[in-house]
Design a protein around this ligand. Structure first.
Ligand SMILES: Cc1cc2nc3c(=O)[nH]c(=O)nc-3n(C[C@H](O)[C@H](O)[C@H](O)COP(=O)(O)OP(=O)(O)OC[C@H]3O[C@@H](n4cnc5c(N)ncnc54)[C@H](O)[C@@H]3O)c2cc1C
Length: 418
């Protein structure tokens, strides 16, 4: 066995209120940068409501007060703001804010200026997303669901996705953008051909792997610390119209892990188009909405009996004229897998419905008032050599033993070379 793969474990410990610490930073009364040129000053907002919005994020754990929120109407505004800050004796902190779906205050600026990127999008006049044959040029403030809609109109699609699409392009490219296609195409940052970036000096630079590459690689996955992405050119491929979406249940972690590794080792038409995994734990809330109602009782019994059930989620894309072919491909993919016999479940949905699947969860959580609550979340990359220990030590040894409530627990492998 080689050591080529890593496994991503993502967990959201839901409503463990006792363990949540609310950090209120920025105790000094914020004041807006003074002597700003008039054309910039008119775009600064300092009203309490706007400042309060900019001092929180999806995590609802960290609260940091900015002095002002800047609402750019052009890329030039961002350039001027950064140049102005550099020109004064004490430059202020500047943070770009996309959709603020960070969980630890990453898009906040203590006593500084938060740049509301969404506002820029309102002034693009239709130039926010421009689709060509092989790529799409996207404003850093645009959200992925809109990129999907625009590219699908041309029968095209980006290749690598996050699970949730209401995130900004600049936000995910500042992290990595990982999901079930990463094992094939790499994270989203591996699918970027070119960027326009406003650097910390206030220069607008076009960069790629062959041009200003230092800036390019610093900004991709750069946590917003090396410049503000104002445009990204993202590679496209042909879009499928439908997907076969499968979940396979395991009670034996070794078999689950071996099968995940096997699935991401396949290439070409034999390969799955998406592989992730999740864990079902014998503790409410047990979300079984994916599964047919008639099977939910026997799945609950399995979870109750074993305490934890491991689930491989895999997808095969297809077009309506290849219905028979995809059936054969799916049968071939699963034929040697060691899931619990008869615990294989399949759905057939449109490509868009599959990619946008988390939006339904968002609407549900919002309707229950659970979107605006603290969301502690941890992502871990674990080498293949440690994954059995992770199951014994963390999943069984801590989560099950201490009866910890975990709402979402994803666990899936990636090829390190991607
Ligand atoms: C429900 C949910 C599901 C998620 N699923 C996944 C997933 O499957 N895979 C995954 O990889 N991530 C996932 N994430 C995490 C998400 O990708 C990151 O939190 C991402 O940063 C969110 O984008 P945003 O627009 O909200 O960024 P923000 O939170 O607004 O910003 C994040 C960081 O990027 C910087 N930034 C924002 N815009 C720019 C810009 N234009 N130029 C430079 N820097 C910028 C900010 O300053 C900050 O440092 C998920 C988040 C949520 C809430």
């Amino acid at each position: 066995m080689t050591e080529n793969n890593i496994i991503l474990s993502k967990a959201l410990a839901m409503l463990c209120l006792a363990s949540i610490v609310v950090l209120t930073q920025g105790q000094i009364t914020p004041s807006p940068p003074s002597n700003l040129p008039k054309n910039l000053a008119t775009k600064l907002r300092t009203d309490p409501e706007t400042l309060s919005q900019a001092s929180t994020d999806y995590g609802h754990i960290v609260h940091v007060n900015a002095s002002a929120v800047f609402e750019p109407t052009s890329v030039n505004d961002i350039i001027e703001l950064i140049k102005y800050s550099n020109s004064i004796e004490k430059p202020f902190t500047i943070a770009a804010r996309g959709q603020a779906h960070s969980v630890n205050g990453q898009a906040m600026a203590q006593n500084g200026v938060v740049v509301n990127m969404t506002h820029l999008g309102d002034f693009r006049n239709g130039s926010g997303i421009i689709v060509s044959d092989k790529y799409v040029d996207v404003g850093g403030e645009q959200i992925w669901i809109d990129v999907l809609h625009a590219t699908l109109k041309r029968g095209l699609t980006p290749l690598s996705w996050t699970d949730y699409l209401y995130l900004s392009v600049g936000g995910t490219l500042s992290n990595a953008g990982i999901g079930g296609q990463t094992f094939r195409f790499g994270p989203q940052i591996s699918n970027v051909l070119e960027l326009d970036v406003v650097t910390g000096k206030g220069d607008l630079i076009t960069c790629s792997s062959g041009k200003n590459s230092e800036t390019f690689y610093a900004v991709l996955g750069g946590l917003g610390q090396y410049g503000i992405i104002t445009r990204a050119r993202i590679a496209l491929g042909p879009a499928p119209s439908r997907v076969k979406w499968l979940r396979l249940l395991y009670t034996d972690f070794s078999a689950f892990s071996r099968d995940q590794e096997h699935l991401i080792s396949l290439n070409g038409t034999n390969a799955a188009d998406y592989v992730e995994g999740l864990i079902l734990i014998n503790k409410p809330p047990l979300d079984l909405t994916f599964f047919p109602e008639s099977d939910q009782q026997r799945i609950t019994s399995l979870v109750t009996e074993y305490g934890v059930v491991y689930t491989i989620e895999l997808v095969k894309y297809y077009n309506p004229n290849s219905q028979e072919q995809v059936k054969k491909e799916v049968a071939n993919l699963v034929k040697d897998l060691k899931f619990v016999p008869t615990f294989l479940f399949e759905k057939d949905v449109s490509y868009e419905e599959f990619l946008d699947r988390v939006h339904a969860d968002e609407l549900f959580l919002r309707s229950k008032g659970l979107w605006e609550v603290p969301h502690p979340w941890v992502n871990l990359f674990i080498p293949k050599s440690g994954i059995l220990d992770f199951n014994e030590g963390v999943i069984k040894g801590i989560i099950l033993k201490q009866n910890i409530t975990v709402e979402v627990f994803l666990l899936y492998p990636m090829n390190r070379n991607k």
